[in-house]
Ligand binder design. Sequence first.
Ligand code: NAD
Length: 311
Amino acid sequence: QSERVGFIGLGNMGSRMANNLIKAGYEVIVHDFNHSAMKLFSDRGILTKDSPFEIAEISDVVITMLPSSSNVLDVYSGPNGLLRTGNVLRPWLFVDSSTIDPQTSRSISVAVSNCLLKDKKDNRETPVMLDAPVSGGVLAAESGTLTFMVGGLEEAYLAAKSLFLSMGKNTIYCGGAGNGSAAKICNNLALAVSMLGVSEGFALGQSLGISATTLTKIFNSSSARCWSSDSYNPVPGVMEGVPSARNYDGGFASKLMAKDLNLATTSAKKVGVKCPLTSHAEQIFMELCNQGHGTKDFSCIFRHFYSGMDE
Ligand code: NAD
């Protein structure tokens, strides 16, 4: 691969995504403000840089995988950020795969498109930004089977597709800037609410004398069937290989779900849309985090909120 890819944010997801780019043959340069995260790469001979600015100076494409909107803003617009050079940039493409709010994605996309390219790319004079959050957790990041939901210019999406497919197995074009972020937070709010509904159904069902296994059979052959009931059941003992079967370890942390619900409620307020179930789900997941379960998989809501069977 002839393109040089700068990768910023080498955490649980980013380190694995960067590894898959390296495996696919891209020349990858990395940055993280956590030096031990960078050391895992420099020990293997991968070039590291001390700031996003230095990454932008030598990359054709820059990918960010950071916790939250404020981190992404720092990396783009901070004093040593990607856009520090003023308005003439080397990278023709910026991809942000962090889960953040669509309004922030849109404002960064505008800032990027207001810059000029050092060297024209396919007759384009300005760089482009795509918001491309992912679904699938750490395991999908590791095995290169993530799904990317992408917002931004369609021609840039098409040009970047092979890059996405080096880290994932599916890409879905969602429309203009910010639409990838919008898709991601809407998916996660629907997931949170369905997990709460399924957990509530199981808690009541068990108290009324129906076993979780029987109720699962009913749900999965009836209209309550959903991913939370048939693929990620929250009740211990019902399914194997899911977080509920291993004390809710691994999986998708409750604190990340609480963060994503907050993105959804904040975005909903900004556009004046009522989302009462999202707000309630946010409160419930916040409470779960405050009780010390923030790092457990979000399906632990069943044990800690509904069934009263605390550890
Ligand atoms: P993480 O906390 O493990 O990693 C984030 C990395 O970014 C860390 O290494 C941190 O040091 C680095 N970082 C933060 N601010 C920085 C800055 N200003 N400059 C340089 N480096 C900085 O998070 P993660 O689990 O990899 O998640 C990343 C994003 O992906 C989040 O938005 C999350 O919601 C989303 N996501 C996570 C999962 C999952 O299962 N973990 C699944 C889908 C999406």
